[in-house]
Design a protein around this ligand. Structure first.
Ligand code: 5AD
Ligand code: SF4
Length: 449
């Protein structure tokens, strides 16, 4: 009998939710499979796909092209497709990509072990994109021993007119609070120093739960657990501006473990476009929230998502976006050109913006944000900061890579391993995407904020 353990390789495209789900997939299969970074030696290769923009979807198709010779050379390699493209296209994927053996959607992740078994027994491709489940335990196999994702809800209850996520990830469904807190407790006991709570719109956490709960309540309880385990940091993504309550701002300001970093996607600075996007707020309301945040949390790092070239976006609308990006003084933004997604309402809107104009607008926003980011990063030079060390830096093993409470990367040289430690460092230099620091010492968790 062959007791050799099998090898699993996962290629993760897309957002943090996919990264979370990839660790979940590895956890579900941990009894039989070890994870390998080398696709060629995999017995099972899972591609965890993203459909949010056309570019992301194209990545999946070009990856499939790359896998074809791999599979041809190793006929017993099983190929699975997960994530949003799987959910969206289901059976179609098998038809178009005969090398794929298993397609499992965003709501069928926990079915992977049984789908795999069925495939092994029958040799027939397996597809599961249908099931709505209330599964809320996540046997994760985590990549990091320092930072962990914890899913607090699935799906999205909004219907932004450009977005495919509500159809690929389904209706919003909050995970019961006790189950979340149990996972956080377990992580804190295992020595994790940073926990990021994940949901498409964490601010509406609790809606629909049989036991009433709100996101600030969850944060307060999570904070108490971290405090009881010697400290550590809490983060969360993503926040929808329309649901950002005063209570959440108060919780962020008052809770020791909650980092002063908020991703608050504005998408556009024009009220006309915001309405067409169905975002549920105006620019004025957005900035009222931002002012409140900045008043209560002065060291806050604010980041955002911005879309240019949305259907009907005039020069005037675009200028409102430019103005908003200047006014908000984001630490950084994720900037996108509008990408029509089949089945979404925005595809029916008139006034398509031509590709050249979209590119010019993209570049103009990028230029402005680059300057703001540079200014904000430079303002850290000379200051002493606290940071949590992720590990040796990718480029230089004699340097370590850490992140500040604001989630800014700081690299520093050290002759001992600081992985997983909170350190103090003085910032020497600001670079484009990170800071350079010189280490001044190590901190106990308790002192970390
Ligand atoms: N086109 C361009 N950007 C999009 N996003 C979501 N859907 C689209 C689309 N169709 C962006 C939004 C969102 C982020 C995750 O991706 O800015 O906040
Ligand atoms: Fe998409 Fe809007 Fe939901 Fe975000 S909040 S996932 S942009 S529908």
């Amino acid at each position: 009998m062959d007791f050799k353990r099998k090898k699993l390789s996962i290629v993760t495209l897309g957002c943090q939710m996919n990264r979370h789900d990839s660790e979940w997939i590895a956890g579900l299969l941990a009894d039989e499979y070890d994870v390998t970074g080398d696709e060629a030696e995999a017995d099972l290769l899972v591609v965890n796909t993203c459909a949010v923009r056309d570019k992301a979807e194209q990545k999946f198709f070009s990856l499939m092209g790359r896998l074809r010779p791999l599979k041809a050379g190793k006929r017993d390699m099983v190929i699975g497709v997960a994530g949003c493209v799987a959910q969206e296209q289901g059976e179609q994927i098998i038809k178009r990509q005969p090398l794929v053996d298993i397609v499992f959607g965003t709501k069928a992740v926990e079915k992977l072990p049984s789908l795999l078994k069925k495939f092994e027994e029958t040799g027939r491709p397996q597809v599961d994109v249908s099931a709505e489940s209330d599964y809320d335990e996540y046997p994760m196999k985590r990549e990091s021993a320092v930072s962990a994702w914890v899913s607090i809800m699935r799906g999205c209850g909004n219907h932004c007119s450009y977005c495919i996520v509500p159809s690929t990830r389904g209706a919003e469904q909050s995970r019961p609070m006790e189950s979340i807190l149990a996972e956080i407790r377990d992580l804190a006991e295992k020595g994790y120093k940073e926990i990021t709570l994940l949901g498409q719109n964490v601010n509406s956490y609790g809606a629909g739960l049989s036991q009433k709960a709100t996101f600030p309540e969850l944060l307060r309880k999570a904070d108490a657990i971290m405090a009881g385990h010697g400290g550590g940091w809490l983060r969360f993504v993503t926040s929808h501006p329309k649901d950002l309550s005063d209570d959440l701002i108060a919780a962020m300001a008052e809770l020791e473990s909650v980092c002063p970093a908020l991703h608050l996607p504005i998408q556009s600075g024009s009220d006309r476009i915001l309405a067409a996007m169905r975002r549920g707020y105006t620019a004025e309301r957005y900035f009222e929230r931002v002012e409140n945040l900045r008043r209560k949390i002065p060291d806050l790092a604010l980041t955002s998502d911005v879309i240019v070239g949305f259907p009907g976006e005039t020069q005037e609308d675009f200028e409102a976006t430019l103005k908003a990006v200047e006014q908000a003084e984001y630490d950084n933004i994720f900037l996108f050109k509008y990408s029509p997604r089949e089945g979404t309402d925005a595809t029916k809107l008139p006034g398509r913006v031509d590709a050249n104009t979209a590119r010019e607008r993209f570049d103009a926003v990028m230029d402005i944000q680059r300057d703001i980011t540079r200014r904000r990063y430079e303002s850290w030079t000379g200051k002493e900061i606290t940071a949590l060390t992720d590990g040796p830096s990718k480029r230089d093993p004699l340097r370590y890579s850490a992140r500040t409470p604001q989630n800014i990367t700081v690299n520093f040289g050290a002759d001992m391993d600081f992985t997983g430690s909170f350190i103090r460092a003085r910032i020497i230099k600001a670079k484009r995407y990170s800071l350079d620091g010189s280490i001044n010492g190590q901190l106990s968790q308790r002192q970390a904020r």
